[in-house]
Write a protein that binds this ligand. Sequence first.
Ligand code: DGL
Length: 253
Amino acid sequence: MERTELPIAVFDSGLGGISVLRALVQCLPGEDFLYFGDSANAPYGVRPAEEVRRLTQDVIGRLYDRGIKAAVIACNTATSAAIGPLRAAFPDIPVIEPALKPAVAHHRRVLVLATPLTLREEKFAALMQQCAGCAEITPLPCPELVEFVERGELDSPALTAYLARQLGPYAGRVDAAVLGCTHFPFARRAIRAALGGAAALYDGSDGTARETLRQVVRRGCVRGGSRGIVTLENSRTSELPLSRRLLALPRED
Ligand code: DGL
């Protein structure tokens, strides 16, 4: 098969990367996408970095062996832990990062919600340092939120209670929140409500989609023509119905 015709792989620790896949489909409608979620091993964000690095490298290696023209690491946690060795093996790999720069460009008090692993890795420390002069930044690990989304609980009373406990203390005290984990945009409405409705929410999916488009254009392998095909795969096959449901959800502001 010609390179142009090959799919773009999208990888996440589980279902969260489907929030990025929706942006990719919107930005590159002619492309075929092969989404792989590793729900059997999720959550990644509470594992040691070395383990996340190994899991990520294994999946990306297998995806390249199947024939893909690019792989998008649509997982902040996997990116934080594995980007060094991945870049060495696959130079142009598009990665996601917490959308901290656009948030601090417009707001003074910024809350960053992400997994514990993302927040303790060097990549985030460097990003924080770049942005620290522009705003007051508060990182907040929310590992349980990943599990709510993996269960498909996007607006349950238990989720509302959890977010009230986690985010209630920041309601009215922050101007913006960065959703620094791909799972979190699926709980956008509940997060906004817990923060009191006034905080602006930022996530990295559109930025990642634009970067993917730039790379596919730069390599001269844009697939023209009609609408592409999206294939959903998961290391836990019982997650496929929920994966389809999340992909079909409308994108919210
Ligand atoms: N989806 C991942 C992210 O963007 C992490 C979720 C997990 O802990 O597995 O950070």
